[in-house]
Write a protein that binds this ligand. Structure first.
Ligand code: NAD
Length: 284
């Protein structure tokens, strides 16, 4: 690790320690060290197979046109991300759990659908794009575990799509491209983005909207800060309420547009545990 990276890890530890309402945002990059490919990293699914991107954009349309066919295809095709049942959390997920247990991290908003934050033990969690392991009724919005409905039996009995008690059609909880974000997740995330005084953004290319709007929303929240000038006069300035930190393998549009205050360039599986170690050092 270069000196600059170590300095930034120390800076992030100090900023987190001072924060009163820190939240984290995560993306596919946090799970690559668990063996789950991302979409847009150098070895991402879309970087290597452009057809996969086109197909992904058709999934929600298929569901709307013909929910039975959507389910039949889903049950026959393996997940694009591999065997998610076997995936295990990595040190990035564990570090975020530690920050929550320390009382520093108040909320975690993830774009990931792999269930690894929950498996690692994160409690205050918003799965913004849903979960592969859950189902959701499109009418009443209620969710259930994927194993609570015997989808295979419904397929054999030709009773797909599954129906909710309210009569609505049940789809995977995963939010497909073009599908609106469920209102509960959207509203809660906006509230957290507005409320936070520190946002730690980990492993996302920050190009998928409306998720990528959350750091921009945080940046728009200005508070008044009193500063003393050289002449001894006090000046009231409007400054952003939140410090925004990125941890990513490469710069993103947030880095380039100056939305983030600084980028710690590296693997989340090294940087996040490094920050936790630093905080433990400060507390000692
Ligand atoms: P993305 O693929 O667009 O971007 C991932 C980013 O993480 C890239 O900038 C990449 O350079 C960086 N990265 C990869 N490995 C890293 C590591 N070890 N440490 C630090 N940075 C690393 O992912 P996204 O921004 O989350 O958007 C993709 C969309 O696809 C999301 O909506 C998400 O729901 C979905 N997705 C989810 C999973 C998952 O659940 N694990 C996997 C792939 C895609």
């Amino acid at each position: 690790m270069g000196l600059e990276k170590n300095d930034l890890i120390k800076r992030a530890a100090e900023d987190l320690k001072k924060a009163k309402h820190a939240i984290a945002l995560t993306g596919a990059g946090i799970s690559t060290e668990s063996g789950i490919p991302d979409f847009r990293g150098p070895f991402g699914i879309w970087t290597t197979d452009h057809g996969a991107e086109r197909r992904a954009y058709q999934t929600y349309e298929k569901f709307l046109e013909d929910p039975r066919r959507y389910w039949e295809e889903r049950l026959n095709a393996p997940s694009l991300l591999g065997d998610l049942e076997k995936a295990e959390p990595n040190p990035s997920h564990t570090a975020l759990v530690e920050l929550e247990k320390m009382g520093i991290l108040k909320y975690l908003i993830t774009q990931n659908i792999d269930g690894l934050h929950e498996k690692a033990g994160s409690r205050n969690l918003i799965e913004y794009h849903g979960s592969y392991f859950k189902l959701r009724c499109v009418k009443c919005g209620s969710r259930s575990g994927i194993k609570e409905i015997d989808l295979e039996k419904l397929r054999i009995e030709e009773k797909l799509p599954p129906l909710c008690r309210c009569g609505g059609v049940i789809k995977s909880d995963v939010v497909h491209f073009g599908e609106p974000i469920p209102i509960d997740a959207a509203r809660r995330s906006q509230e957290e983005a507005w409320r936070c005084d520190l946002m730690l953004i980990c492993g996302t290319s920050a190009v998928v909207y409306p998720f990528a709007q959350l750091p921009r929303l945080a940046k728009k929240h200005l508070v008044e800060k009193e500063t003393k000038t050289e002449s001894g006069l006090y000046l009231v300035k409007q400054v952003p309420a939140a410090t925004i930190i990125e941890v990513n393998a490469e710069p993103t549009p947030l880095t380039e547009a100056g939305i983030s205050d600084y980028l710690i360039r590296g693997k989340t599986g090294e940087v996040l545990p490094g920050i936790v170690q630093e905080i433990k050092g400060i507390q000692r």
